[in-house]
Design a protein around this ligand. Sequence first.
Ligand SMILES: Nc1ncnc2c1ncn2[C@@H]1O[C@H](COP(=O)(O)OP(=O)(O)OP(=O)(O)O)[C@@H](O)[C@H]1O
Length: 304
Amino acid sequence: MTSETILVVEGLTKRFGSRTAVDNLSFSLGRGELVGLLGPNGAGKTTTLSMIAGLIRPTAGRIVLFGRPLAESREQLRRVGLTPEVASFYPYLDARQNLSVMARVYGADPAEIDHLLERVGLLEHARHPFRTYSQGMRQMLSLANALLADPDLLLLDEPTNGLDPYGQQRVHDLLRELVARGKTILLSSHLLRDVQELCQRVIIIHRGRLIEDSHIERLLRPSELPVLVRTVADDRALLLLSGPARPDWIRGVERRDDHLIVHLPSERLPELSAFLVHHELYLRELRPLEGDLVTAFVELTRER
Ligand SMILES: Nc1ncnc2c1ncn2[C@@H]1O[C@H](COP(=O)(O)OP(=O)(O)OP(=O)(O)O)[C@@H](O)[C@H]1O
């Protein structure tokens, strides 16, 4: 458990006219956590991040930042860094000039600018006007901008969108380093591989509502597992596992190319192997199939 609570969101709701974008959302973040915020398009992720960053006023609910209710206080918001979904800067100013303007707004130390540009790999482009930047370079400048005031809470809206693999790796390294320094990060992303690699905890929202807030392990290793099974006689194994003599904990069995997929609670795995061997169905392969975040995400947010 982390000791210090950085953010508490309670019953957060945002309605745009008759549309409810965020619906009674509650969660909290501890110091040093890197948490994935996931959800299908239109789920309410950007609206949530914007409310926490003080850009959109909630219709209802409470946001407590660093132990105090979110007020539009400069000091509190100075400790929050946001990379918006679409980065926008002065098109005719270069990266260094753009960050200098923002450093003045945030009251940040301009001496940090070159260090930040170097960290995001933009130092060699620092003198080029923003309008000439590629999408990936824009994203990187946005990240440097969010880090200008050395914030304690980072709200990242798809920060690796449009980045090449080098850029993605650079962002991963940077986020890990920030977390090691005790920063807290809420990372919204559709790149579930990124989230799987970086985050220990994920929050999933769907139609503005919280549907999951859990340790990633729980999503990747569900209590019921598909298991790949290859025996010396798969036709007979299929008949046995789907017939009347099958144990009641077998939830289902399917034939795939050269193996079977058997669904069962994970703790029954040793019994499955014993059952097959007892029927002289000696095993060539028995392998639980790793869950992945994409499968868990689709299962949780599927329209029913
Ligand atoms: N200013 C606005 N006025 C009216 N509706 C809005 C406004 N901003 C967002 N919405 C609506 O609120 C809902 C949530 O939008 P939001 O941008 O927060 O979703 P998201 O999860 O970030 O989506 P995506 O993954 O596509 O970026 C959507 O139905 C969207 O159309």
